[in-house]
Every structure is written in structure tokens, then in C-alpha cells.
Write a protein that binds this ligand. Structure first.
Ligand code: SF4
Ligand code: SF4
Length: 398
């Protein structure tokens, strides 16, 4: 694609990066075929090719575009388009640049601004999430249906007795997962203990920054990332890996090297952290960890989160670990499509998120599995609210 970005935009690192990404696109439109929002609305501007054009026009004019913002808001950042694209267009990065460009120049309406800021402030801190979730459960009858269903149940932390092994790994506690599904990291600690590996925690580690990043709150996201770099690097002493059990966090931590590349105080340590971060499935497969079948379920429907299959490009690994443990995986149609969770998307775009969940659950339950499993807390909670079939993190089954 030919571009004519003005010197003012090309003077910035993000402008030059956007130019390189735009030039890689040959506007073939293959990506539209796997874009969940394009499949739902049929609108070219709700597909990746249309959004790429919108960002191009906006940057060429060096002026923010409300139309571009509307269509970028409807994008899930699922990155299915990246997996499909034959030209290697880094759509996710371009969407991030486009969002930051707009957010820095056009303020949203007061309500929209408050809601977006509030979501990040609450969801990114477990104690705040627990407080507001308990409050919301008490007044559920007052909330709109989609919000009432989205209020998570808060669970107490799960203690796991593990031995003091010489091999150690850091496990990310994250934010929402810590408050809503603490049993997941407990399950990983148990599996690692059986492999003679001890889990250590990084004091001060918190939200990875992805919630703010996807909402165009770049400065806030970078504050969270720097805090995590400090915490993880300080705790890394002797640990052989940093492991994520929530693929939505893992994809961002693996990207710290790029995201903080322009920060001289953090670039090197951020790159080190990215290089040493693995999803739990990658790590357990790499060490050939002993796995046991710990659930009565026989048939399992696997939902690969977009952040795992498209963002981290980890494909086929969880499936083979589950089969190795003794489960039978049922076929699931359109496994490449997003379930509609996508961070705060299910709250900010409830109609599209609901439609995607319906479609996803129809595919996941078609073969009547005993249980649905996934690898990200957001997908797990979002799917769980729409079905009577149990939805678990796959680690709980091994
Ligand atoms: S598939 Fe890739 S090259 Fe083709 S339009 Fe989509 S982003 Fe551009
Ligand atoms: S990230 Fe997902 S929703 Fe956004 S354009 Fe790409 S495929 Fe469509």
C-alpha cells in the first residue's frame, strides 16, 4: 500500500512504525474472512482492511478521526487477522498506534471517559475488584442485564503446600485472575511441585498493563509495565522462567521488550523479561512435566483464547497436554474466532460480545462435551456466564 504520511507524523517513532506496517498491506482482504466483527456486521469498516484504511487516512491527514475511533472501538484486538494475513501485517500494533493517536487528541464524552478510566482502575487492582464485585452483587437487580451477568464471583486465595525445590519459576499472579480464579495458579503450583519445581511470587507484581493499553491509555499502561519490570526483575534471581496462566497477560508481558523499547531506563530489563516469559502450556510441554487426569470428565471442548493462538502463536500445545493426561478432545468449529470477552470489550460493546459468545458456545457445545476448557480468565468468566456446561482453566484438569 502506498502511503503519504506527513513529516510531522514520520518524525515520531510510532509514525514511522505505522508507515512500515501500512506499506506491508497489499489490501487483498483475506483478513476479512476471519474477522469476527466483519462476519457479524458485514461492514467493510468493521473488518481489518477497512480499519487499516481508516488509520492510514487519519495519519495522512495528521488529524484524529471520530469514525476511525468508532470502528477501532468495535475491534476486539483478537489478531485473527494477523494469523490470516499472507503479508505479515502487524495489525495489532497499528490498531494500538491508531488508538493512542486518537485518545491523545480528542477527548471522549465525560461518561465514556469516566467509565473507561473506572474499568481500568477497578479491574487492575484485585482488592478494588473484590470490593466493587461484592457491592455489585448486592444491587444486581438495579444493573442492566449484561452488567449484572458480568459481575464476577470473588474467591478466597488457595493455599498449596509445596516442597522447597532448587529449581524455581516465577508465576504471574496478575489482577482479575487473582481475585476471581485463584485455583488456577494453585493448580499450576501443584503440577510444578510434582516436577520438582518451586513457584515463587514477585512482590509488587500487578496488572500487566493490557487493560489500559487496549483502551488507548498508553501512559497508564506504561506505569503498570514499569512497576512489573521492577518487581519481576528483582525476583528473578535464579528463577528459570516467568510463567503466565492467563494468556491475556502473557501476550502483553511477552511484548514488554517492544512496548518499553524507547525507555532507556527499562528497555534492557523489559526485553529480558519478555525473553524469559512463557505461557504455562509452553513451559510444561518444554519440561515434559508429568500430568495426571484429575477430573471425572472424559470429553473436553477446548477454546483457545485469541491471546494464545493469535497473539502468542501457541497452537496445539494445550491440546496435546490434555490428550497426554487422558482426555478426549471434541471437534470445535471456527476455533479461530474470538468469544467476545477481549478485556473490557464485553462491557463496552455488550451487543457484539453477546453475539460472539452465543456463536462460540454453540460451537463449543455442539458435540456435548463434559467440560469446556480455556487458558485465559477473561474468556473463562465470559463463557461461563452463558452456559450450564462447566467452563474451567485447562490446568485445573491436570
Ligand atoms: S490480509 Fe494482510 S495484506 Fe491483505 S488486506 Fe488484510 S492486512 Fe492487508
Ligand atoms: S483484531 Fe480481530 S476484530 Fe480487530 S480487525 Fe483483526 S480480526 Fe477483526
Amino acid at each position: 500500500m502506498q502511503t503519504q504520511l506527513p513529516a510531522t507524523v514520520l518524525a515520531t517513532a510510532s509514525g514511522r512504525r505505522a508507515d512500515a506496517i501500512l506499506r506491508a498491506c497489499v489490501h487483498c482482504g483475506f483478513c476479512n474472512a476471519t474477522c469476527p466483527t466483519y462476519l457479524l456486521t458485514g461492514d467493510e469498516l468493521d473488518g481489518p482492511r477497512g480499519r487499516i484504511y481508516l488509520v492510514k487516512e487519519m495519519l495522512e491527514a495528521d488529524a484524529p478521526s471520530i469514525v476511525a475511533r468508532e470502528h477501532l472501538d468495535r475491534c476486539l484486538t483478537c489478531r485473527a487477522c494477523e494469523t490470516t494475513c499472507p503479508s505479515g501485517v502487524a495489525y495489532g500494533e497499528l490498531a494500538e498506534i491508531g488508538r493512542n493517536f486518537i485518545e491523545a487528541r480528542v477527548p471522549r464524552g465525560v461518561v465514556d471517559r469516566v467509565v473507561r478510566r473506572w474499568l481500568v482502575l477497578v479491574l487492575s487492582v484485585p482488592a478494588r475488584l473484590a470490593f466493587f464485585a461484592r457491592l455489585a452483587r448486592g444491587v444486581k437487580w438495579m444493573l442492566p442485564d449484561y452488567l449484572a451477568r458480568a459481575v464476577p464471583r470473588i474467591k478466597p486465595q488457595v493455599a498449596v503446600a509445596v516442597k522447597n525445590h532448587s529449581r524455581r519459576v516465577i508465576v504471574l499472579d496478575g489482577c482479575a485472575q487473582r481475585a476471581t480464579t485463584p485455583e488456577v495458579n494453585a493448580a499450576l503450583a501443584r503440577v510444578l511441585d510434582a516436577a520438582d519445581i518451586k513457584v515463587v511470587r514477585a512482590s509488587g507484581e500487578g496488572c500487566c498493563g493490557s487493560l489500559a493499553l487496549h483502551l488507548g491509555q498508553e501512559a497508564r499502561a506504561h506505569v503498570a509495565m514499569r512497576a512489573n519490570v521492577d518487581a519481576l526483575y528483582a525476583a528473578a534471581n535464579g528463577a528459570e522462567a516467568i510463567i503466565s496462566t492467563a494468556s491475556g497477560c502473557g501476550v502483553t508481558v511477552k511484548d514488554y521488550g517492544r512496548l518499553l523499547a524507547d525507555d532507556p531506563a527499562y528497555a534492557e530489563r523489559a526485553r529480558w523479561i519478555s525473553d524469559h516469559t512463557s505461557d504455562a502450556a509452553e513451559y510444561l510441554a518444554g519440561i515434559n512435566a508429568p500430568l495426571t487426569k484429575r477430573n471425572a470428565a472424559t470429553t473436553v471442548a477446548w477454546h483457545p483464547p485469541c491471546t494464545l493462538q493469535h497473539g502468542q502463536r501457541v497452537r496445539g500445545v494445550v491440546e496435546s497436554l490434555l490428550q497426554r493426561a487422558g482426555y478426549q478432545l471434541v471437534p470445535v468449529a471456527d476455533a479461530h474466532l474470538c468469544c467476545g470477552s477481549a478485556g473490557t470489550y464485553s462491557v463496552l460493546q455488550p451487543d457484539l460480545a453477546d453475539a460472539l459468545r452465543l456463536r462460540k458456545l454453540a460451537a463449543l457445545t455442539a458435540a456435548q462435551p463434559d467440560v469446556i476448557v480455556t487458558a485465559n480468565v477473561g474468556c473463562q468468566l465470559h463463557l461461563r456466564d452463558g452456559t450450564d456446561v462447566a467452563v474451567r482453566h485447562w490446568l485445573e484438569l491436570v
